[in-house]
Every structure is written in C-alpha cells, then in structure tokens.
Design a binder for this molecule. Structure first.
Ligand SMILES: [Zn+2]
Length: 252
C-alpha cells in the first residue's frame, strides 16, 4: 500500500470510531442479532470517507476487538487488518453504500429474526403501530428485487439506489440493513427495528386488528430529529460504559 493511504490514520477520532464499532458488534451479539459468524457492521472513517472499518471475517461479534477491525478502501483493498480478512459479500454490500450514500456513516446488516421474518412475507411491511418506531416509520425502503447473495459491487450499488433517503432497507427474502449518521444512532435504530417487528408479529399472532398510529402523529417525529441523534450519542456512551466494565477486552 502507498503512504498516502496510511498517512494520518492514527487520529483520536479514528480510535473512537473503532471503539464504537467494536462496541456495536459486542452489543448486538448480546442481543442475539448475529447468525453464525456472518453479517457485517461498518463505518466510514472520520476524515477519510474513502475508507471504511468493518468487522473481520470468521469471528463472532462477541469476539470483536478494536484491533481486530479491518480498515479497507471501497474497492476492497485492505489497508490494515492484523491478519484478518473481510468476506466478499461485505464489500459488495457495504462499500457501495458508504461510497454512494454520504449520510451512511454507519451501515449495519443482520438477519435478526423478527425483522427478517417481515422481509420473508410476501409484500411484507412494517405496520405503524409502536411508539419506538415512530422515528423511522417514514424512512423505510423495501427491496422487492431479491437476486441472491450479493457477490458483486453492482448489487450494493443497486441496494444503495433503493435506500435513497431512507435509513432502513428491508431486503425481501434476506433481512434488514440500517444506516445512520453515527454508530450509536444506527445501533439504536437497529434495536428499535427488531423490537417493532417482534411486537408486530406478536400482536398479529392472535389475529387481532392492529391499532395504527395516525400519520399526523408520526409526522411529529422526523427521523432526523436532533432528539434522536442526541439519544443515539447517549446510548453509545452507555453501551461503551457497560462493556468497559463487563467485557473490557473489547478495547484490546
Ligand atoms: Zn445478509
């Protein structure tokens, strides 16, 4: 690699981004959001939007540490890895999203069961019924064009086009992808998404009619509200505080 790619990559902002990404992996592991050792979380690198950080191939999220994260370019060139690699589908989905959607500082993809269950319904949609979903109900994109596993950047580019201005992508026959302007915001949205889908499935299980929230009430909770972004920062601080106490090796 040339020196231009590696110069200036030891900043405090980048160190903090690594801590937040490792913490995001650990927290999502606690919540049971991972399937096998698959699925990926990534973040754009502060000051270097041409680069991204992503979790290493072949590891449980519960094993991820600051130093195990992989730093790479959008075309798949690995800048630093500590010997780790990145799965092909991660590059094919995450890199084009970071490259084409500047608002996607963070991109989190899981096959968490309740949100994925909605994705496997024919024409499945998220019903506007739950308080904690109000911040994203007007910001969900549905991909109805399942083309199998993403093995080319063209598939990620197609998905970025489907996301557009949304913050949640529900991929038919696949699972959800959430973006955010910070990792804390994206992780919080991911948790609220899974809660929302679980509650919807439980509420529908007995055949009961859902009580929809009126659109004019939803409109009072814009997705990009300062309140939600602020709460995302507070949430990430709490996650890091608790992990530092209970799983301090994530900082290694
Ligand atoms: Zn997937």
């Amino acid at each position: 690699m040339d020196t231009m790619q590696t110069t200036g990559l030891d900043t405090e902002a980048i160190r903090q981004a690594k801590i937040e990404l490792a913490a995001t992996c650990r927290w999502a592991a606690r919540l049971g959001f991972q399937s096998g050792v698959c699925n990926h979380f990534s973040t754009a690198v502060p000051g270097r939007p041409d680069l991204m950080l992503i979790n290493p191939e072949g590891y449980f999220w519960s094993e991820v540490t600051v130093s195990s994260l992989v730093l790479a370019t959008h075309d798949g060139t690995i800048i630093s890895t500590n010997g780790h690699t990145v799965e092909l589908t991660a590059f094919c989905i995450h890199a084009p999203i970071h490259r084409l959607l500047p608002q996607a500082t963070a991109a989190l993809h899981t096959h968490m069961h309740h949100a994925t269950a909605i994705c496997t319904r024919k024409g499945g949609t998220i019903a506007p019924t739950y308080l904690s979903s109000m911040s994203f109900l007007n910001s969900i994109a549905y991909d109805r064009g399942f083309e199998g596993a993403a093995v080319t950047p063209a598939e990620g580019e197609r998905l970025a086009g489907v996301i557009g201005k949304a913050t949640i992508l529900m991929m038919e026959n696949h699972g959800p992808l959430v973006i955010g302007s910070t990792l804390g915001e994206a992780l919080l949205r991911l948790i609220y998404l899974e809660d929302t889908c679980k509650i919807q499935i439980l509420a529908e299980a007995g055949g009961a009619e859902l009580q929809h929230i009126p659109p004019e009430i939803i409109a009072t909770y814009p997705e990009d509200s300062a309140m939600f972004k602020s709460y995302g920062r507070v949430f990430m601080k709490a996650v890091i505080r608790k992990l530092t106490r209970e799983e301090p090796d994530f900082l290694n």
